[in-house]
Design a protein around this ligand. Structure first.
Ligand SMILES: Cc1cc2nc3c(=O)[nH]c(=O)nc-3n(C[C@H](O)[C@H](O)[C@H](O)COP(=O)(O)OP(=O)(O)OC[C@H]3O[C@@H](n4cnc5c(N)ncnc54)[C@H](O)[C@@H]3O)c2cc1C
Length: 103
């Protein structure tokens, strides 16, 4: 971000995409994004039976999850709520309810 003339020149972009665009505005208001805290998930994923994977078709159909990617694993692991991305209480409960209602 640089000041130029009477405005502010910024480079716009989207994480994960090559899109970049330089534009000049009168003013810029920034809302900082957040990154999920994934350390616990990352530590556990190798020891899980499903390596953290979710069968989305089963999830949407309300069927139990049965993905096995690691026979030596000793538990199933799912990432829900803010561990996926910063959202709200409703999203966290819905993520967990979708998985647990079929258990
Ligand atoms: C200031 C603020 C205000 C908010 N206001 C609202 C609101 O008004 N309405 C709304 O819907 N949402 C609101 N949110 C968002 C909401 O709080 C979260 O989206 C929601 O709490 C996510 O739930 P969660 O269970 O995924 O994570 P969390 O509620 O963060 O629960 C994760 C838990 O895991 C624990 N934990 C982390 N690491 C470990 C570890 N290694 N071992 C053991 N335990 C661990 C943490 O201590 C925590 O208790 C707000 C968030 C903030 C920060």
């Amino acid at each position: 971000m640089t000041r130029s003339g009477g405005g502010v020149q910024v480079e716009l972009g989207i994480d994960g995409f090559d899109f970049r665009e330089r534009r000049t505005f009168d003013a810029v208001v920034a809302e900082m994004g957040t990154a999920p805290v994934t350390e616990l998930y990352d530590e556990l994923v190798a020891a899980s039976t499903n390596h953290g994977a979710v069968d989305l078709a089963a999830l949407l159909a309300g069927r139990p999850q049965d993905v096995v990617r690691n026979e030596a694993g000793s538990f199933r692991l799912y990432r829900v709520g803010d561990a996926v991305s910063s959202r709200n209480v409703h999203a966290a409960i819905l993520d967990a309810a979708r998985l647990c209602r079929a258990v």
